[in-house]
Design a protein around this ligand. Structure first.
Ligand code: G3P
Length: 208
């Protein structure tokens, strides 16, 4: 099975640099889900065929709210989904529940992160489109969830009914293969691609 690939640009790149890296990613695989800052959704959605996701949205309705990101705004800009509850942008459960419901209403897809199995079990009940589990202590490092926490991936496989992705520290092709072998349907990358000298070559090495 072809893994679902998610790449999170975080705030490593923005503006022109984010567009450049998005174009390189698109050359490798157009099916990739790319998480970008809200301010970059419009340009990247216009210039690539990637599945562009915002890295966060809020549940507010249009109106008297300053500084929030509305799901409608992301959709109008050409985004097809949003990340929610990343370990670097945690939401409390009630807020997460409202935000997923808001996104469902306007048909904006949700990819929701969980730090561990317990949180994943709770989030599963909210029926997001995708669920990704990332142990926060491994995020941004060179030790991957696949090699450091294989038992976590297999226990998620046993206990979680929906398809799931895993991420954190994934930096080799073997990490990707192992995650899939243990039961994940896909993987999430960030630093391995965003910090690579040649992101296109690195991505090819990882997934092709
Ligand atoms: O959302 C993906 C991300 O948190 C993983 O980061 O740098 O460990 O690949 P990284």
């Amino acid at each position: 099975m072809k893994p679902i690939i998610v790449i999170n640009l975080k705030t490593y790149q923005q503006g022109k640099k984010a567009i450049d890296i998005a174009k390189k990613i698109e050359k490798v695989d157009k099916e990739i889900i790319l998480g970008v800052q809200a301010s970059d959704v419009y340009e990247i959605a216009k210039k690539t065929k990637l599945k562009v996701y915002a890295q966060h949205v809020d549940y507010f309705l249009p109106g008297r709210n300053t500084g929030y990101i509305l799901p409608e705004a992301v959709k109008k800009d050409g985004g097809v989904g949003t990340f929610l509850n990343h370990s670097e942008h945690k939401l409390n459960f009630e807020v997460l529940k409202k935000t997923i419901a808001r996104c469902k209403k306007i048909k904006l897809k949700t990819l929701v992160f969980a730090n561990n199995l317990k949180e994943a079990e709770k989030i599963q009940s909210l029926k997001p489109d995708y669920l990704a589990i990332e142990p926060p202590e491994l995020v941004g490092g060179k030790k991957s969830v696949s090699t450091e926490k294989p038992e976590l991936i297999s226990s998620i496989k046993k206990k979680i009914k929906m398809k799931f992705l895993v991420g954190a520290g994934i930096h080799t092709r073997e990490d990707v293969k192992l995650a899939m072998k243990l039961g994940a349907s896909g993987v999430a990358f960030s630093s391995v691609i965003t910090k690579a000298k040649n992101p296109e070559k690195k991505l090819r090495e990882m997934i092709k």
